[in-house]
Design a protein around this ligand. Structure first.
Ligand code: ADP
Length: 188
């Protein structure tokens, strides 16, 4: 089964490409950011999530790991999964491997979308005009990129050492990037 992680900084285009990949390869798209956003209205838990998201900080591992474990366990796992926004630190990497192993699954490939910070910021600010996302503003972005650099980017090396990492240029158009990804996935 094909289980993919789509990796990259905020604004690199993970969500957009994940949707296209999920559609073509019939995968279940699990976006951690989206799953958390859907819980924002839910009482104390929702308030906690909003607090972290609106400051551009990672929600605590205990919360996100439980949330994603449960999202995985809710799948029939007759289809592969594509993870978008998860994992974001080493504890999450380990938790994801454990959750998949329970179903005799593992990550097949990590697609690393590469885009420089200036371009990513431009895209997010543009998206912020229509997304309604409270974290798509300059102040929150600064901390989202800092969190990415310190906690998340080091995972690139981890997956490279496992021979699972493929770098993808995130600069071209959505369709050009998707064609590139499609070429790679077809060969698997
Ligand atoms: P982006 O990739 O553009 O930052 P996301 O929707 O993936 O957007 O994430 C938005 C916010 O949701 C993050 O800043 C963080 O607060 C929270 N979040 C998403 N995924 C995780 C995760 N794996 N661990 C902790 N917090 C997360």
């Amino acid at each position: 089964m094909l289980n993919i992680i789509i990796f990259g900084s905020p604004g690199a285009g993970k969500g957009t490409q994940a949707q296209l990949i999920a559609k073509k390869y019939k995968l279940v798209h699990l976006s951690s950011g989206e799953i958390l956003r859907q819980k924002r209205g839910q009482g104390e838990l929702g308030r906690k999530i909003s607090l972290y998201q609106d400051q551009g900080r990672l929600v605590p591992n205990s919360l996100i790991i439980k949330t994603m474990d449960s999202a995985i366990n809710h799948q029939s796992l007759t289809q592969g999964l594509i993870f978008d926004g998860y994992p974001r630190n080493l504890a999450q990497v380990k938790a994801l491997a454990r959750a998949l192993k329970k179903h005799n699954q593992e990550i097949s490939i990590v697609l690393n979308l590469q885009l420089n910070q200036n371009q990513a910021i431009q895209r997010i600010l543009l998206r912020g005009q229509s997304s309604g996302r409270l974290d798509d503003n300059l102040k929150t972005l600064k901390s989202r990129f800092q969190v990415y650099r310190i906690q998340t980017a080091p995972l690139i090396k981890y997956y490279r050492n496992q021979n699972k990492l493929i770098n993808i240029d995130g600069q071209p158009t959505i369709q050009t990037i998707f064609k590139e990804i499609d070429k790679i996935l077809k060969k698997l």
